[in-house]
Ligand binder design. Sequence first.
Ligand SMILES: [Zn+2]
Length: 114
Amino acid sequence: MTKTAGHCSKCDKPVFKIRNQPGRTYVGLPAADALCVSLLMLDGSTADVTVCEACLSEVFGAVPEFWREVILPAFAEEGSNPDFWSFMSENPPLGVLYVRPWREVGADALIWKY
Ligand SMILES: [Zn+2]
């Protein structure tokens, strides 16, 4: 499955406003059901992934599978450099640290606002 910027990583539903321009995608404000799931990684760092409210329980119950089947292939598709991909595959998530609505994550500072 292809992961699309601004969409739920699980079901691909759009959860952010998206504006496409040639050569660039702007991710805008989040919908109310856009959730930021912070994963605790093996090395102690965290990684944030976006899922919609409807997909949360499914992702919560299968974090390693979600990481392996959805997130890692997305990095590969995006053409991330091999060192980064290798680091990510050797640094799997241990579990969910916390879940917050994207609207409460200081979205103003994180994303392109329009
Ligand atoms: Zn979803």
